[in-house]
Design a protein around this ligand. Structure first.
Ligand code: AMP
Ligand code: MG
Length: 507
């Protein structure tokens, strides 16, 4: 084994290879990013930098400038040319045809220094988002504004620290370059990391254009890179589908359980790795409303919280359809997708069981969970606070109910009051003490999530040139399950006068 260098190399020594680009012209084209004028490195995720084994803190202005030049797209990566990939997709249930990386450039693939630290991933793809127009930009400008880039940066890292699979955010580079949206804003580039950015839509593109040979190449590549065990099966494409179905079911259960609403679950935003991908008009639920969607362009609530599981299944059916020429067994493909429901339910039930501190499942638990969720919905109880505060309730029927918990259910307290004795009786059946249960619940119910009003405040300050709030927020979100008693303000529900999220696609 080679000995480890004493300090990680600077970013200028990062060596890229173009693995996906090697598949050929049908899959991607070489595109030089337009880059950014006067780029400035504003945010770095030290945790993400560690994945690449590069010097995590640009500790002087020359080093920071190196980061800014590379991760704005101004300076080409060493070792290969950046590429943009072609994909298609179903958007809001309709076939949208060819889409592709309209504002993303894949700089290349970097070897992970230590796969054991990386969940076994030996490579990371490094992708710029917002570095200018590409052949797939259609009518877009290839840009991402500072506001949406901060949201993607913060949420990627927050999700990771919550323990939810997600693309990572390495850094954020800003520029005075004006960008026209509903108002005049400025451009930024987020650098994202993932073992692969392959989407369901990549497969749909080749299936819908009848390119079966390319479809097979893409499936073989995906299997070899992400799911090598599938290659050993009699029907590798079917095994691939089954794997993606199972993982997506677990992912969506995790989203549901932290109250995360993606906002644009189009098939082009669904990752073959089943990692959270493309942070746009997402939100974490404040007051629990199952029909809530933060996406103002989603007028019928297609992508509302309660619909995410059925939409994921719908998207998986679209993937199955695209893979059918390779699977060559319609019924097996349908069966693979139908397995989603059972896996999702099992995963969701298991997580909710833990969120309520119920321990081993017993008859009647599902009903207890459902009644709790109904009481929450009836009161629009804050999703994050309700679970976190429930941990403070003792199992002893004679003890008072914590006032902060009661306050969440003040509008319609009856259902909650009727529920508590049953919940306490159920807790009595467990062997764990209140303290043990509390610790277990606090390890699965975060105290801190990226609430909309927190992101908005950080963005407002950043737009005025002060990134300290964003940095502090990032630090808080690195430890979402810790109490962090001096950070109460980051755990609070939005103030009464907070403006509800009004977010749209593609900002
Ligand atoms: P999204 O809704 O962000 O997932 O984007 C859907 C499609 O539109 C993808 O092909 C994106 O690359 C493309 N797109 C979104 N915003 C822009 C933009 N500002 N410029 C060019 N393409 C974009
Ligand atoms: Mg997208």
């Amino acid at each position: 084994m080679s000995s480890r260098p004493s300090s990680p190399p600077p970013v200028s020594e990062l060596l890229f290879i173009q693995a996906f680009g090697g598949l050929g012209d049908a899959f991607a084209c070489v595109v030089r990013p337009e880059g950014l004028p006067t780029p400035r490195l504003r945010l770095v995720s030290l945790d993400a930098a560690r994945l690449l084994g590069i010097e995590p803190t640009p500790n002087n202005s020359a080093a920071a400038q190196n980061w800014a030049e590379l991760f704005s797209g101004n300076r080409p990566p060493t070792g290969c040319d950046p590429i943009c990939t072609v994909y298609a997709g179903h958007q809001f249930g309709n076939w949208a045809g060819q889409l592709g990386d309209g504002r993303a450039h894949l700089l290349g693939t970097v070897r992970a220094p230590d796969a054991s630290q990386n969940g076994g991933h030996t490579h990371w793809e490094v992708q710029l988002k917002g570095a200018g127009r590409t052949p797939y930009s259609r009518h877009g400008d290839g840009r991402a504004v500072l506001r949406s880039s901060i949201r993607e940066f913060l949420c990627s890292e927050a999700m990771w620290h919550l323990g939810i699979p997600t693309t990572r955010a390495l850094c954020l580079v800003t520029s005075p370059l004006p960008v026209v949206r509903e108002r005049m804003e400025t451009a930024a580039v987020v650098t994202r990391l993932a073992p692969s950015f392959i989407r369901f839509g990549h497969f749909e593109h080749f299936a819908y254009t009848g390119q079966v040979t390319a479809l097979r190449t893409l499936a073989d590549w995906t299997i070899s890179q992400l799911y090598p065990a599938c290659a050993q099966t009699v029907n590798p494409a079917l095994a691939l589908l089954q794997e993606v179905v199972q993982r997506t079911a677990h992912l969506i259960a995790q989203w549901q359980c932290v109250g995360f609403i993606h906002g644009v679950m189009n098939t082009d935003n669904m990752s073959m790795l089943a990692w959270t991908l493309d942070y746009g008009p997402f939100a974490f639920m404040d007051g629990f409303d199952p029909d809530h969607t933060p996406n103002t362009t989603d007028r019928f609530g297609r992508y509302a919280w309660a619909r995410q599981p059925s939409i994921a299944r719908w998207n998986l059916l679209a993937l199955a359809q695209a893979l059918l020429p390779l699977i060559d067994d319609r019924q097996a493909a349908v069966d693979a997708v139908e397995a989603f429901d059972a896996t999702f339910s099992r995963s969701m039930r298991g997580l909710l069981q833990r969120k309520l501190g119920l321990g081993e499942a017993r008859p009647g638990d599902d009903d207890l969970v459902d009644r709790w969720l109904a009481a929450m919905a009836e009161n629009r109880a804050d999703w994050t606070l309700a679970f976190r505060l429930l941990a403070q309730l003792s199992a002893n029927p004679g003890d008072p109910i914590p006032a902060a918990l009661q306050a969440l259910f003040a509008t319609r307290p009856e259902r909650m009051r009727a529920w508590i004795p049953d919940y306490r009786a159920r807790l009595q059946a467990n062997e764990s003490t209140d303290a043990e249960r509390r610790a277990a619940m606090n390890a699965i119910n975060p105290r801190f999530v990226l609430r909309h009003h927190l992101a908005q405040h950080a963005i407002a300050r950043a737009e005025a040139g002060d990134f300290s709030v964003t940095q502090e927020l990032m630090e808080v979100l690195r430890h979402p399950y810790s109490e962090q008693p001096d950070r109460d303000i980051f755990a609070a529900a939005p103030p009464q006068d907070a403006v509800a999220p009004a977010l749209s696609c593609s900002s």
